[in-house]
Design a protein around this ligand. Structure first.
Ligand SMILES: [Ca+2]
Ligand SMILES: [Ca+2]
Ligand SMILES: [Ca+2]
Ligand SMILES: [Ca+2]
Length: 613
Protein backbone atom coordinates (compact mmCIF):
# COMPACT_ATOMS: atom_id res chain seq x y z
CA UNK A 1 0.00 0.00 0.00
CA UNK A 2 1.04 3.51 -0.65
CA UNK A 3 0.77 4.51 2.98
CA UNK A 4 4.18 3.28 3.88
CA UNK A 5 5.77 4.66 6.99
CA UNK A 6 8.26 7.41 6.53
CA UNK A 7 10.30 7.92 9.64
CA UNK A 8 12.10 10.88 8.14
CA UNK A 9 8.88 12.76 7.76
CA UNK A 10 7.94 12.18 11.32
CA UNK A 11 11.28 13.26 12.52
CA UNK A 12 10.87 16.37 10.50
CA UNK A 13 7.53 17.13 11.96
CA UNK A 14 8.90 16.71 15.41
CA UNK A 15 11.85 18.92 14.83
CA UNK A 16 11.92 21.11 11.82
CA UNK A 17 15.32 22.24 12.68
CA UNK A 18 18.02 20.78 14.73
CA UNK A 19 20.44 23.41 15.85
CA UNK A 20 22.21 21.76 18.70
CA UNK A 21 21.95 18.72 20.78
CA UNK A 22 22.05 19.81 24.34
CA UNK A 23 24.25 17.49 26.30
CA UNK A 24 21.52 16.27 28.55
CA UNK A 25 22.07 12.96 30.12
CA UNK A 26 19.06 10.79 30.01
CA UNK A 27 17.97 8.65 32.90
CA UNK A 28 17.73 4.99 32.22
CA UNK A 29 14.36 3.69 31.22
CA UNK A 30 12.22 3.41 34.30
CA UNK A 31 11.47 -0.07 35.37
CA UNK A 32 7.87 0.39 36.48
CA UNK A 33 5.58 -0.11 33.50
CA UNK A 34 3.21 2.78 32.78
CA UNK A 35 0.36 0.86 31.14
CA UNK A 36 -1.59 -2.33 31.67
CA UNK A 37 -3.63 -3.78 28.81
CA UNK A 38 -7.29 -4.07 29.71
CA UNK A 39 -8.50 -4.98 26.22
CA UNK A 40 -9.68 -8.42 27.24
CA UNK A 41 -11.98 -7.12 29.96
CA UNK A 42 -12.99 -3.72 28.55
CA UNK A 43 -13.11 -4.37 24.80
CA UNK A 44 -12.53 -8.07 24.05
CA UNK A 45 -11.96 -8.76 20.37
CA UNK A 46 -15.27 -9.86 18.88
CA UNK A 47 -17.36 -9.37 15.76
CA UNK A 48 -19.55 -6.51 17.02
CA UNK A 49 -17.48 -4.13 19.14
CA UNK A 50 -13.85 -4.92 18.41
CA UNK A 51 -13.63 -6.68 15.06
CA UNK A 52 -10.23 -7.71 13.77
CA UNK A 53 -10.08 -5.31 10.83
CA UNK A 54 -7.99 -2.49 9.39
CA UNK A 55 -8.65 0.60 11.53
CA UNK A 56 -7.12 4.02 11.22
CA UNK A 57 -8.11 7.33 12.85
CA UNK A 58 -9.93 7.66 16.17
CA UNK A 59 -11.89 10.63 17.54
CA UNK A 60 -13.60 11.35 20.85
CA UNK A 61 -16.97 13.11 21.00
CA UNK A 62 -20.38 12.74 22.64
CA UNK A 63 -22.23 10.82 19.94
CA UNK A 64 -25.45 10.10 21.88
CA UNK A 65 -25.56 13.49 23.62
CA UNK A 66 -25.74 12.10 27.16
CA UNK A 67 -22.72 14.00 28.54
CA UNK A 68 -20.28 11.06 28.31
CA UNK A 69 -17.72 10.64 25.56
CA UNK A 70 -17.76 7.95 22.95
CA UNK A 71 -14.76 6.75 20.93
CA UNK A 72 -15.31 6.88 17.17
CA UNK A 73 -13.05 4.65 15.08
CA UNK A 74 -12.48 4.94 11.32
CA UNK A 75 -12.84 1.40 9.99
CA UNK A 76 -11.08 0.99 6.66
CA UNK A 77 -12.18 -2.41 5.42
CA UNK A 78 -15.00 -2.77 7.91
CA UNK A 79 -17.57 -0.60 9.67
CA UNK A 80 -16.75 2.52 11.59
CA UNK A 81 -17.23 1.95 15.31
CA UNK A 82 -18.83 4.07 18.06
CA UNK A 83 -17.64 2.74 21.41
CA UNK A 84 -19.63 3.71 24.47
CA UNK A 85 -18.67 2.85 28.02
CA UNK A 86 -21.29 0.70 29.72
CA UNK A 87 -20.89 1.32 33.44
CA UNK A 88 -22.84 -1.74 34.51
CA UNK A 89 -20.82 -4.13 32.34
CA UNK A 90 -17.63 -2.10 32.80
CA UNK A 91 -16.83 -2.41 29.14
CA UNK A 92 -16.89 -0.51 25.85
CA UNK A 93 -19.71 -1.45 23.51
CA UNK A 94 -20.21 -0.49 19.86
CA UNK A 95 -23.54 1.35 19.69
CA UNK A 96 -23.35 1.67 15.89
CA UNK A 97 -24.86 -1.77 15.54
CA UNK A 98 -25.60 -3.54 12.27
CA UNK A 99 -29.33 -2.81 12.30
CA UNK A 100 -30.89 -0.36 9.91
CA UNK A 101 -33.27 0.87 12.62
CA UNK A 102 -30.40 2.05 14.82
CA UNK A 103 -29.96 5.85 14.92
CA UNK A 104 -26.22 5.19 14.57
CA UNK A 105 -26.47 2.82 11.62
CA UNK A 106 -25.31 5.30 8.96
CA UNK A 107 -22.13 6.00 10.92
CA UNK A 108 -20.98 2.45 10.19
CA UNK A 109 -20.68 3.31 6.47
CA UNK A 110 -19.35 -0.12 5.63
CA UNK A 111 -18.56 0.94 2.04
CA UNK A 112 -16.36 3.86 2.95
CA UNK A 113 -12.64 3.22 3.33
CA UNK A 114 -12.32 5.68 6.20
CA UNK A 115 -8.96 6.75 7.50
CA UNK A 116 -9.37 10.18 9.10
CA UNK A 117 -12.14 11.25 11.48
CA UNK A 118 -12.94 14.43 13.35
CA UNK A 119 -15.92 15.95 15.18
CA UNK A 120 -17.07 19.51 15.83
CA UNK A 121 -20.19 21.68 15.69
CA UNK A 122 -20.34 23.07 12.15
CA UNK A 123 -23.88 24.49 12.24
CA UNK A 124 -24.00 26.00 15.72
CA UNK A 125 -26.70 23.78 17.21
CA UNK A 126 -24.49 22.84 20.16
CA UNK A 127 -23.93 19.30 18.97
CA UNK A 128 -20.86 18.02 17.17
CA UNK A 129 -21.08 16.66 13.64
CA UNK A 130 -18.71 13.86 12.60
CA UNK A 131 -16.57 13.96 9.45
CA UNK A 132 -15.03 10.80 7.96
CA UNK A 133 -12.35 11.05 5.31
CA UNK A 134 -12.66 8.13 2.89
CA UNK A 135 -9.89 7.12 0.49
CA UNK A 136 -11.60 4.51 -1.64
CA UNK A 137 -9.33 2.97 -4.26
CA UNK A 138 -6.85 5.79 -4.14
CA UNK A 139 -4.14 7.06 -1.87
CA UNK A 140 -3.61 10.17 -3.96
CA UNK A 141 -5.60 12.12 -6.53
CA UNK A 142 -9.25 11.10 -7.02
CA UNK A 143 -11.07 8.49 -4.96
CA UNK A 144 -14.20 6.66 -6.03
CA UNK A 145 -16.33 7.34 -2.97
CA UNK A 146 -16.92 10.62 -1.21
CA UNK A 147 -16.18 11.66 2.32
CA UNK A 148 -19.10 11.74 4.76
CA UNK A 149 -20.22 14.47 7.13
CA UNK A 150 -22.76 13.11 9.57
CA UNK A 151 -25.26 15.23 11.48
CA UNK A 152 -27.84 14.07 13.99
CA UNK A 153 -31.26 15.00 12.61
CA UNK A 154 -34.62 13.33 12.13
CA UNK A 155 -33.75 11.11 15.09
CA UNK A 156 -30.69 9.61 13.44
CA UNK A 157 -27.25 10.32 12.05
CA UNK A 158 -27.41 11.32 8.38
CA UNK A 159 -24.81 12.31 5.78
CA UNK A 160 -25.14 16.00 4.98
CA UNK A 161 -22.72 15.88 2.06
CA UNK A 162 -25.15 13.74 0.09
CA UNK A 163 -28.02 16.22 0.59
CA UNK A 164 -29.33 17.52 -2.72
CA UNK A 165 -28.13 21.05 -2.00
CA UNK A 166 -24.59 19.90 -1.35
CA UNK A 167 -24.47 17.47 -4.27
CA UNK A 168 -25.56 20.36 -6.51
CA UNK A 169 -22.77 22.46 -5.06
CA UNK A 170 -20.23 19.71 -5.70
CA UNK A 171 -18.74 20.16 -2.28
CA UNK A 172 -18.16 16.54 -1.28
CA UNK A 173 -14.52 15.67 -1.52
CA UNK A 174 -13.58 12.89 -3.90
CA UNK A 175 -9.95 13.50 -3.32
CA UNK A 176 -7.75 11.10 -1.49
CA UNK A 177 -6.55 12.53 1.77
CA UNK A 178 -5.28 11.73 5.19
CA UNK A 179 -6.05 13.89 8.18
CA UNK A 180 -9.06 16.01 8.95
CA UNK A 181 -9.29 18.61 11.69
CA UNK A 182 -11.74 21.19 13.02
CA UNK A 183 -10.97 24.88 13.00
CA UNK A 184 -13.09 27.79 14.19
CA UNK A 185 -11.33 30.10 11.77
CA UNK A 186 -13.36 33.25 12.49
CA UNK A 187 -14.13 32.62 16.15
CA UNK A 188 -17.84 32.31 15.43
CA UNK A 189 -18.34 29.07 17.33
CA UNK A 190 -19.16 27.35 14.02
CA UNK A 191 -16.36 25.11 12.85
CA UNK A 192 -14.83 24.40 9.44
CA UNK A 193 -13.35 21.05 8.51
CA UNK A 194 -9.78 21.19 7.25
CA UNK A 195 -9.03 18.31 4.89
CA UNK A 196 -5.39 17.45 4.26
CA UNK A 197 -5.62 15.90 0.82
CA UNK A 198 -2.94 13.90 -0.83
CA UNK A 199 -2.53 15.60 -4.17
CA UNK A 200 -1.59 13.82 -7.35
CA UNK A 201 0.04 16.60 -9.30
CA UNK A 202 -2.60 19.29 -9.66
CA UNK A 203 -5.45 17.07 -8.49
CA UNK A 204 -6.63 17.29 -4.90
CA UNK A 205 -5.79 20.58 -3.18
CA UNK A 206 -6.39 20.91 0.54
CA UNK A 207 -10.00 21.79 1.34
CA UNK A 208 -11.81 23.75 4.05
CA UNK A 209 -15.49 22.89 4.27
CA UNK A 210 -17.99 24.83 6.34
CA UNK A 211 -21.62 25.87 6.50
CA UNK A 212 -22.67 28.58 4.05
CA UNK A 213 -24.99 30.66 6.25
CA UNK A 214 -26.56 32.57 3.31
CA UNK A 215 -27.62 29.41 1.54
CA UNK A 216 -28.67 27.52 4.68
CA UNK A 217 -32.03 27.50 6.42
CA UNK A 218 -31.59 25.42 9.53
CA UNK A 219 -35.25 25.78 10.55
CA UNK A 220 -36.15 23.96 7.32
CA UNK A 221 -33.32 21.48 7.70
CA UNK A 222 -31.19 22.93 4.91
CA UNK A 223 -27.51 22.88 5.71
CA UNK A 224 -25.59 24.13 2.68
CA UNK A 225 -21.84 23.61 2.65
CA UNK A 226 -19.07 25.37 0.78
CA UNK A 227 -15.35 24.93 0.33
CA UNK A 228 -13.60 28.13 1.42
CA UNK A 229 -10.03 26.88 1.08
CA UNK A 230 -9.21 29.31 -1.74
CA UNK A 231 -10.62 32.43 -0.08
CA UNK A 232 -9.07 31.44 3.26
CA UNK A 233 -5.67 31.02 1.59
CA UNK A 234 -5.13 27.34 2.33
CA UNK A 235 -5.86 25.81 -1.08
CA UNK A 236 -2.51 24.18 -1.74
CA UNK A 237 -1.34 20.98 -3.39
CA UNK A 238 0.81 18.73 -1.31
CA UNK A 239 1.22 15.30 0.17
CA UNK A 240 -0.97 16.09 3.14
CA UNK A 241 -0.47 13.98 6.24
CA UNK A 242 -1.04 15.40 9.71
CA UNK A 243 -2.99 18.50 10.71
CA UNK A 244 -3.04 20.32 14.04
CA UNK A 245 -5.11 23.31 15.01
CA UNK A 246 -4.78 25.88 17.76
CA UNK A 247 -3.24 29.22 18.71
CA UNK A 248 0.26 28.31 17.53
CA UNK A 249 1.47 31.75 16.46
CA UNK A 250 -1.71 33.63 17.41
CA UNK A 251 -2.58 34.36 21.00
CA UNK A 252 -6.15 33.14 20.64
CA UNK A 253 -7.15 32.65 16.99
CA UNK A 254 -6.79 29.18 15.56
CA UNK A 255 -3.77 28.59 13.33
CA UNK A 256 -3.28 25.42 11.30
CA UNK A 257 -0.14 23.35 11.05
CA UNK A 258 0.13 20.83 8.23
CA UNK A 259 2.69 18.11 8.33
CA UNK A 260 3.32 17.25 4.66
CA UNK A 261 5.14 14.57 2.77
CA UNK A 262 7.41 15.28 -0.20
CA UNK A 263 7.20 19.01 0.35
CA UNK A 264 7.51 21.72 2.96
CA UNK A 265 5.12 21.79 5.89
CA UNK A 266 2.57 24.57 6.16
CA UNK A 267 2.10 26.78 9.17
CA UNK A 268 -1.02 28.77 8.41
CA UNK A 269 -1.08 31.85 10.61
CA UNK A 270 -4.61 33.16 11.13
CA UNK A 271 -4.69 36.82 10.17
CA UNK A 272 -7.48 37.24 12.71
CA UNK A 273 -10.23 37.39 10.11
CA UNK A 274 -10.35 33.71 9.21
CA UNK A 275 -7.85 33.94 6.37
CA UNK A 276 -4.38 32.52 6.62
CA UNK A 277 -0.85 33.22 5.54
CA UNK A 278 1.71 30.45 5.38
CA UNK A 279 4.21 31.53 7.99
CA UNK A 280 6.36 28.45 7.54
CA UNK A 281 7.51 29.75 4.17
CA UNK A 282 7.74 33.43 4.99
CA UNK A 283 8.55 33.71 8.63
CA UNK A 284 12.25 34.18 8.20
CA UNK A 285 13.94 32.87 11.27
CA UNK A 286 10.77 31.29 12.50
CA UNK A 287 10.55 28.99 9.56
CA UNK A 288 13.72 27.44 10.86
CA UNK A 289 12.32 26.93 14.30
CA UNK A 290 10.67 23.74 15.30
CA UNK A 291 7.18 24.63 16.31
CA UNK A 292 6.01 22.83 19.29
CA UNK A 293 2.55 21.68 19.62
CA UNK A 294 1.16 19.38 22.01
CA UNK A 295 3.00 19.75 25.16
CA UNK A 296 3.19 23.21 26.13
CA UNK A 297 3.02 23.57 29.87
CA UNK A 298 4.56 26.97 29.87
CA UNK A 299 6.02 26.66 33.30
CA UNK A 300 9.37 26.45 34.82
CA UNK A 301 12.34 28.20 33.54
CA UNK A 302 11.92 28.93 29.94
CA UNK A 303 8.22 29.00 29.64
CA UNK A 304 8.84 26.21 27.36
CA UNK A 305 6.83 23.40 26.47
CA UNK A 306 8.07 20.09 25.83
CA UNK A 307 9.12 19.17 22.40
CA UNK A 308 6.49 17.43 20.64
CA UNK A 309 4.64 16.65 17.65
CA UNK A 310 3.09 19.16 15.49
CA UNK A 311 0.13 17.00 15.90
CA UNK A 312 -0.76 17.48 19.43
CA UNK A 313 -2.68 15.25 21.00
CA UNK A 314 -3.64 14.77 24.26
CA UNK A 315 -6.55 16.74 25.32
CA UNK A 316 -5.07 18.69 22.59
CA UNK A 317 -2.33 20.71 23.78
CA UNK A 318 -0.83 23.15 21.45
CA UNK A 319 2.21 25.12 22.34
CA UNK A 320 2.35 28.82 22.44
CA UNK A 321 5.98 28.70 21.87
CA UNK A 322 8.44 28.42 19.08
CA UNK A 323 11.62 26.78 20.09
CA UNK A 324 14.93 27.26 18.41
CA UNK A 325 16.68 24.93 20.76
CA UNK A 326 16.24 21.27 20.20
CA UNK A 327 15.86 19.82 23.65
CA UNK A 328 15.40 16.30 22.42
CA UNK A 329 17.57 13.70 24.00
CA UNK A 330 19.37 11.32 21.62
CA UNK A 331 16.93 8.56 22.50
CA UNK A 332 13.95 10.78 21.83
CA UNK A 333 15.41 11.82 18.47
CA UNK A 334 15.98 8.27 17.37
CA UNK A 335 13.76 7.65 14.35
CA UNK A 336 11.07 5.02 14.53
CA UNK A 337 8.00 4.42 12.35
CA UNK A 338 5.76 6.74 14.35
CA UNK A 339 2.15 6.98 13.25
CA UNK A 340 0.52 8.64 16.21
CA UNK A 341 1.92 11.06 18.73
CA UNK A 342 -0.03 11.53 21.92
CA UNK A 343 0.96 13.91 24.66
CA UNK A 344 -0.82 13.60 27.97
CA UNK A 345 -0.22 13.27 31.66
CA UNK A 346 -1.03 9.61 32.10
CA UNK A 347 -0.01 9.40 35.76
CA UNK A 348 -1.29 12.82 36.87
CA UNK A 349 2.13 13.78 38.22
CA UNK A 350 2.12 17.17 36.40
CA UNK A 351 4.70 16.10 33.86
CA UNK A 352 3.52 15.32 30.37
CA UNK A 353 4.25 12.03 28.74
CA UNK A 354 4.76 11.68 24.98
CA UNK A 355 3.64 8.41 23.50
CA UNK A 356 4.74 7.23 20.06
CA UNK A 357 2.42 4.70 18.50
CA UNK A 358 4.61 2.88 16.00
CA UNK A 359 3.76 0.95 12.90
CA UNK A 360 5.49 -2.43 12.82
CA UNK A 361 5.80 -3.20 9.15
CA UNK A 362 8.72 -5.31 8.00
CA UNK A 363 10.03 -5.89 11.46
CA UNK A 364 8.73 -5.45 14.97
CA UNK A 365 8.71 -1.91 16.29
CA UNK A 366 7.84 -1.31 19.91
CA UNK A 367 5.93 1.81 20.89
CA UNK A 368 7.83 4.35 22.93
CA UNK A 369 7.07 6.56 25.89
CA UNK A 370 8.89 9.60 27.25
CA UNK A 371 8.33 12.02 30.07
CA UNK A 372 9.11 15.70 29.76
CA UNK A 373 10.37 16.95 33.09
CA UNK A 374 10.20 20.68 33.58
CA UNK A 375 13.03 22.28 35.50
CA UNK A 376 13.02 25.64 37.13
CA UNK A 377 16.43 26.73 35.90
CA UNK A 378 16.95 24.93 32.65
CA UNK A 379 15.32 23.42 29.64
CA UNK A 380 13.11 20.45 30.25
CA UNK A 381 14.65 17.01 30.49
CA UNK A 382 13.34 14.12 28.47
CA UNK A 383 13.32 10.77 30.14
CA UNK A 384 12.43 7.47 28.52
CA UNK A 385 9.79 5.43 30.33
CA UNK A 386 8.66 1.85 30.16
CA UNK A 387 5.30 1.69 28.36
CA UNK A 388 4.57 -1.75 29.83
CA UNK A 389 1.84 -3.55 27.91
CA UNK A 390 1.57 -0.64 25.48
CA UNK A 391 4.92 -1.67 23.95
CA UNK A 392 3.05 -3.76 21.37
CA UNK A 393 6.15 -4.69 19.38
CA UNK A 394 4.09 -6.38 16.66
CA UNK A 395 1.34 -3.74 16.62
CA UNK A 396 0.51 -2.19 13.27
CA UNK A 397 -0.24 1.09 14.99
CA UNK A 398 -2.22 3.49 12.83
CA UNK A 399 -4.08 5.72 15.29
CA UNK A 400 -4.89 6.36 18.90
CA UNK A 401 -6.57 8.64 21.40
CA UNK A 402 -6.65 9.50 25.06
CA UNK A 403 -9.81 10.00 27.01
CA UNK A 404 -11.02 9.14 30.47
CA UNK A 405 -13.89 6.91 29.39
CA UNK A 406 -14.62 5.46 32.81
CA UNK A 407 -14.51 8.81 34.62
CA UNK A 408 -11.95 7.92 37.29
CA UNK A 409 -9.71 10.93 36.56
CA UNK A 410 -6.98 8.78 34.99
CA UNK A 411 -6.50 9.03 31.24
CA UNK A 412 -7.05 5.87 29.24
CA UNK A 413 -5.24 5.05 25.99
CA UNK A 414 -6.93 3.46 22.98
CA UNK A 415 -4.82 2.33 20.03
CA UNK A 416 -5.93 1.31 16.55
CA UNK A 417 -4.02 -0.85 14.09
CA UNK A 418 -4.25 -1.79 10.46
CA UNK A 419 -2.85 -0.93 7.06
CA UNK A 420 -0.91 -4.13 6.38
CA UNK A 421 -2.58 -6.45 8.89
CA UNK A 422 -6.01 -6.63 10.47
CA UNK A 423 -5.70 -6.26 14.23
CA UNK A 424 -8.25 -5.37 16.91
CA UNK A 425 -8.12 -2.18 18.94
CA UNK A 426 -6.30 -2.23 22.24
CA UNK A 427 -7.13 -0.41 25.46
CA UNK A 428 -4.70 0.52 28.24
CA UNK A 429 -4.96 1.91 31.73
CA UNK A 430 -2.26 3.70 33.65
CA UNK A 431 -0.62 1.92 36.57
CA UNK A 432 0.80 4.88 38.41
CA UNK A 433 -0.31 8.01 40.22
CA UNK A 434 -3.71 6.98 41.56
CA UNK A 435 -3.35 9.26 44.58
CA UNK A 436 -2.37 12.33 42.54
CA UNK A 437 -4.67 15.31 42.14
CA UNK A 438 -6.21 16.15 38.78
CA UNK A 439 -8.63 18.57 37.20
CA UNK A 440 -10.51 18.28 33.92
CA UNK A 441 -11.73 21.48 32.26
CA UNK A 442 -14.35 21.48 29.49
CA UNK A 443 -14.89 24.86 27.81
CA UNK A 444 -18.03 25.28 25.71
CA UNK A 445 -18.77 27.37 22.64
CA UNK A 446 -21.50 30.03 22.67
CA UNK A 447 -23.74 27.30 21.30
CA UNK A 448 -22.86 24.86 24.08
CA UNK A 449 -20.68 22.54 21.99
CA UNK A 450 -17.10 21.59 22.85
CA UNK A 451 -14.83 24.59 22.30
CA UNK A 452 -12.14 22.93 20.22
CA UNK A 453 -9.17 25.24 19.72
CA UNK A 454 -9.77 27.06 23.02
CA UNK A 455 -6.77 27.65 25.25
CA UNK A 456 -6.91 26.67 28.92
CA UNK A 457 -4.33 27.88 31.44
CA UNK A 458 -4.41 26.46 34.94
CA UNK A 459 -2.63 28.39 37.69
CA UNK A 460 -1.51 26.32 40.63
CA UNK A 461 -0.43 26.88 44.22
CA UNK A 462 3.11 25.61 43.73
CA UNK A 463 3.93 24.68 40.14
CA UNK A 464 3.13 27.76 38.11
CA UNK A 465 0.91 27.76 35.03
CA UNK A 466 -0.03 24.79 32.90
CA UNK A 467 -1.39 25.13 29.38
CA UNK A 468 -3.62 22.93 27.27
CA UNK A 469 -5.41 23.49 23.98
CA UNK A 470 -8.73 21.76 23.39
CA UNK A 471 -8.00 19.43 20.53
CA UNK A 472 -9.55 19.95 17.12
CA UNK A 473 -7.60 17.19 15.45
CA UNK A 474 -4.14 15.80 16.00
CA UNK A 475 -1.92 12.81 16.34
CA UNK A 476 -2.33 12.07 12.61
CA UNK A 477 -5.85 11.05 11.49
CA UNK A 478 -7.17 11.46 15.04
CA UNK A 479 -8.86 13.83 17.47
CA UNK A 480 -8.49 13.66 21.25
CA UNK A 481 -11.18 14.23 23.86
CA UNK A 482 -12.28 17.90 24.07
CA UNK A 483 -10.97 18.27 27.60
CA UNK A 484 -8.05 20.08 29.16
CA UNK A 485 -6.81 17.35 31.47
CA UNK A 486 -4.37 18.49 34.14
CA UNK A 487 -2.47 16.13 36.39
CA UNK A 488 -1.38 17.97 39.52
CA UNK A 489 0.59 15.56 41.67
CA UNK A 490 0.28 16.87 45.24
CA UNK A 491 -0.27 20.43 44.03
CA UNK A 492 -3.66 22.14 43.86
CA UNK A 493 -5.20 24.42 41.27
CA UNK A 494 -5.82 28.01 42.30
CA UNK A 495 -7.48 29.52 39.21
CA UNK A 496 -8.25 28.71 35.60
CA UNK A 497 -8.32 30.93 32.52
CA UNK A 498 -9.99 30.01 29.24
CA UNK A 499 -9.41 31.92 25.98
CA UNK A 500 -11.75 31.16 23.07
CA UNK A 501 -10.66 31.43 19.41
CA UNK A 502 -12.41 34.84 19.14
CA UNK A 503 -10.28 36.21 22.00
CA UNK A 504 -12.99 36.13 24.68
CA UNK A 505 -11.52 35.22 28.03
CA UNK A 506 -12.81 33.96 31.35
CA UNK A 507 -10.84 33.74 34.60
CA UNK A 508 -12.22 32.07 37.67
CA UNK A 509 -10.85 30.68 40.88
CA UNK A 510 -10.81 26.97 41.58
CA UNK A 511 -11.93 26.00 45.07
CA UNK A 512 -10.22 23.21 46.99
CA UNK A 513 -13.46 21.26 46.87
CA UNK A 514 -13.34 21.35 43.07
CA UNK A 515 -10.12 19.37 42.85
CA UNK A 516 -10.44 15.95 41.22
CA UNK A 517 -13.52 16.88 39.25
CA UNK A 518 -14.68 18.04 35.84
CA UNK A 519 -15.21 21.81 35.48
CA UNK A 520 -17.53 23.02 32.76
CA UNK A 521 -16.69 26.53 31.54
CA UNK A 522 -19.50 28.13 29.52
CA UNK A 523 -18.81 30.78 26.91
CA UNK A 524 -19.06 34.21 28.58
CA UNK A 525 -22.26 36.14 28.10
CA UNK A 526 -21.74 39.79 27.21
CA UNK A 527 -19.95 41.61 29.96
CA UNK A 528 -19.15 38.70 32.24
CA UNK A 529 -15.65 38.04 30.94
CA UNK A 530 -14.41 38.27 34.49
CA UNK A 531 -17.50 37.68 36.52
CA UNK A 532 -15.25 36.47 39.27
CA UNK A 533 -14.28 39.87 40.67
CA UNK A 534 -12.88 38.36 43.83
CA UNK A 535 -9.09 38.40 43.82
CA UNK A 536 -7.60 35.41 42.06
CA UNK A 537 -4.79 33.40 43.48
CA UNK A 538 -2.32 33.20 40.60
CA UNK A 539 0.49 31.32 42.31
CA UNK A 540 4.23 31.92 42.25
CA UNK A 541 5.55 33.85 39.27
CA UNK A 542 2.17 35.35 38.38
CA UNK A 543 0.00 38.17 39.67
CA UNK A 544 -3.50 39.40 39.00
CA UNK A 545 -3.79 42.37 36.66
CA UNK A 546 -6.40 45.12 36.58
CA UNK A 547 -8.32 43.24 33.91
CA UNK A 548 -8.81 40.45 36.43
CA UNK A 549 -6.54 37.95 34.69
CA UNK A 550 -3.33 36.40 35.94
CA UNK A 551 -0.21 37.60 34.18
CA UNK A 552 3.44 36.67 34.33
CA UNK A 553 5.44 38.73 36.80
CA UNK A 554 8.54 40.32 35.23
CA UNK A 555 11.05 39.64 38.00
CA UNK A 556 13.82 41.38 36.07
CA UNK A 557 11.97 44.69 36.33
CA UNK A 558 10.34 44.16 39.68
CA UNK A 559 13.51 42.97 41.39
CA UNK A 560 16.41 44.53 39.44
CA UNK A 561 19.10 42.84 41.54
CA UNK A 562 17.60 39.38 41.52
CA UNK A 563 20.55 37.82 39.68
CA UNK A 564 23.95 36.96 41.23
CA UNK A 565 27.18 38.65 40.13
CA UNK A 566 28.52 35.73 38.07
CA UNK A 567 25.27 35.56 36.07
CA UNK A 568 24.18 39.16 35.97
CA UNK A 569 21.86 39.07 32.97
CA UNK A 570 18.23 38.56 34.00
CA UNK A 571 15.93 36.96 31.43
CA UNK A 572 12.25 37.05 32.25
CA UNK A 573 10.42 33.86 31.37
CA UNK A 574 6.81 32.84 31.55
CA UNK A 575 6.15 32.17 35.22
CA UNK A 576 9.76 32.64 36.28
CA UNK A 577 13.06 34.19 35.25
CA UNK A 578 16.57 33.04 34.72
CA UNK A 579 20.03 34.47 35.14
CA UNK A 580 22.82 34.05 32.65
CA UNK A 581 26.36 35.17 32.02
CA UNK A 582 26.96 38.23 29.90
CA UNK A 583 28.74 36.29 27.17
CA UNK A 584 27.80 37.81 23.82
CA UNK A 585 26.18 35.70 21.15
CA UNK A 586 24.98 36.50 17.66
CA UNK A 587 21.32 37.01 16.82
CA UNK A 588 19.18 33.97 17.41
CA UNK A 589 21.64 32.50 19.89
CA UNK A 590 22.20 32.83 23.59
CA UNK A 591 24.80 31.56 26.05
CA UNK A 592 24.27 28.08 27.39
CA UNK A 593 23.75 27.46 31.08
CA UNK A 594 27.37 27.76 32.16
CA UNK A 595 28.27 30.45 29.64
CA UNK A 596 30.78 28.32 27.73
CA UNK A 597 29.04 28.31 24.35
CA UNK A 598 26.28 29.91 22.31
CA UNK A 599 23.25 27.79 21.61
CA UNK A 600 20.05 28.24 19.64
CA UNK A 601 17.84 30.77 21.31
CA UNK A 602 14.53 29.84 22.75
CA UNK A 603 11.93 32.35 21.69
CA UNK A 604 8.36 32.90 22.63
CA UNK A 605 5.74 33.09 19.95
CA UNK A 606 5.32 36.79 20.51
CA UNK A 607 8.94 37.23 19.45
CA UNK A 608 8.22 35.09 16.48
CA UNK A 609 5.31 37.26 15.44
CA UNK A 610 7.71 40.14 15.34
CA UNK A 611 10.20 38.17 13.31
CA UNK A 612 7.49 37.13 10.91
CA UNK A 613 6.42 40.66 10.13
CA1 LIG B 1 -22.24 10.04 25.01
CA1 LIG C 1 -24.02 20.73 15.08
CA1 LIG D 1 3.00 12.36 33.87
CA1 LIG E 1 -9.86 6.38 33.22
Amino acid sequence: MALSADPGMFRMFLFLLLLWFLPHTEGSQRAEPMFTAVTNSVLPPDYDSNPTQLNYGVAVTDVDHDGDFEIVVAGYNGPNLVLKYDRAQKRLVNIAVDERSSPYYALRDRQGNAIGVTACDIDGDGREEIYFLNTNNAFSGVATYTDKLFKFRNGRWEDVLSDEVNVARGVASLFAGRSVACVDRTGSGRYSIYIANYAYGNVGPDALIEMDPEASDLSRGILALRDVAAEAGVSKYTGGRGVSVGPILSSSASDIFCDNENGPNFLFHNRGDGTFVDAAASAGECSRCPVLLSTPTPTGDSGLPAPSSMTPQASGTVGQVILCTDIASPKFSMPSPVRTVITADFDNDQELEIFFNNFAHRSSSANRLFRVIRREHGDPLIEELNPGDALEPEGRGTGGVVTDFDGDGMLDLILSHGESMAQPLSVFRGNQGFSNNWLRVVPRTRFGAFARGAKVVLYTKKSGAHLRIIDGGSGYLCEMEPVAHFGLGKDEASSVEVTWPDGKMVSRSVASGEMNSVLEIPYPQDGDGHQDLAPLECGQGFSQQENGHCMDTNECIQFPFVCPRDKPVCVNTYGSYRCRTNKRCSRGYEPNEDGTACVGRTILSSDCDTLAE
